[in-house]
Design a binder for this molecule. Structure first.
Ligand code: SF4
Ligand code: SF4
Length: 301
């Protein structure tokens, strides 16, 4: 049997980690040749799609190496990347890939011996874990996809198991989240949809009256808008709870119901800013099982 030699990709920031790797090279320090170093302007530039593409390209382990905390040339790039790598590890774990295959490290440009130490340590760990995938993974075709759709499609492609829980997004990581909206506040103006560059908001003509007709205590600070008053009045007059959805007639856009498309959303919050009724808010979690299931289904079509 041939001995397993892991392939490891190291994304190194230009100013510190790459300089440390370079110093190790010119100082003739030895490190495993299977490490492929990719130089990036800042560790914060390493998007999640880069990390997943590295796995799709045959990497068994991936390292992101940035400047020491507080030493980033772009101030917060390495902090942001840390949150991103941590969340990527959660995603990998959820689809059955050992999160120990991905890690972030911090170096100064003079830390060549530490760079060698880390590279050896990671190589040893990945060797013990064995190949990341039982067979070669196919490349995900990016054509016609937004960056976010591409990311989820790659995750669905790499998945060894189906995710079974929602993922909590770290507060520091701005680019992920889930949009919720209060149907009882919405006036169907569609300003949210106009502002959404990702086309993550849609409207449908069914109207779930049960969500709206609820006798709810109104807090003193809550604004009683015309729409609010309408629903409060209907709730007050209600003799029996509605069970069926109502079809909104053509031309009556003001009652269309907002639909959020989670696999497209990049949590930019533009819809929140645009909503005059303050009906939208961001929740720092993603419904990962639903997203992956949806992406897998759309792949089959
Ligand atoms: S947060 Fe941004 S991407 Fe997500 S639905 Fe709102 S506008 Fe669209
Ligand atoms: S911007 Fe607000 S009020 Fe207007 S359709 Fe969107 S959610 Fe409803």
């Amino acid at each position: 049997m041939t001995e397993f030699v892991p392939r490891i990709v190291a994304f190194c920031c230009n100013y510190c980690a790459y300089a440390a790797a370079d110093l190790a090279g010119v100082s003739r320090m030895q490190y495993p040749p299977q490490i492929r170093i990719i130089r990036v302007p800042c560790s914060g530039k390493v998007d999640m799609t880069y990390l997943l593409r590295a796995f799709e390209s045959g990497a068994d382990g991936v390292i992101v190496a940035g400047c020491l905390e507080g030493g980033c040339h772009f101030v917060e790039g390495n902090f942001h990347e840390k949150a991103r790598v941590n969340f990527a590890r959660d995603m990998l774990a959820a689809v059955g890939i050992d999160p120990a295959r991905l890690e972030m490290f911090n170096f100064s440009s003079s830390m060549a011996p530490r760079f060698i130490e880390i590279v050896n340590e990671v190589t040893e760990r990945i060797t013990k874990l064995g190949p990341a995938f039982p067979k070669k993974v196919k490349f995900t075709d990016r054509e016609g996809l937004t960056k976010r759709e591409f990311l989820y499609k790659m995750l669905a492609n790499l998945a060894i198991k189906t995710p079974d829980k929602t993922l909590i997004v770290p507060e520091k990581l701005k680019e992920f989240g889930r949009i919720e909206y209060e149907a009882a506040k919405c006036i169907g103006c569609k300003k949210c949809q106009d502002k959404c560059e990702e086309q993550a908001i849609d409207f449908q003509r069914t109207f779930d009256l049960s969500k709206i007709v609820q006798k709810k205590e109104i807090s003193k600070d809550e604004k009683i808008t015309k729409r609010r008053l309408l629903y409060m009045t209907i709730a007050n007059l209600t003799v029996k709870q509605p069970t069926n959805n109502i079809l909104v007639p053509e031309g009556l856009d003001e009652f269309a119901q907002m639909q959020f498309v989670p696999e497209k959303c990049v949590a930019c919050e533009k819809c929140i800013e645009a909503c005059p009724e303050k009906a939208i808010f961001l929740v720092k979690e993603i419904d990962f099982p639903r997203i992956i299931e949806h992406v897998k289904r759309s792949r089959k079509q």
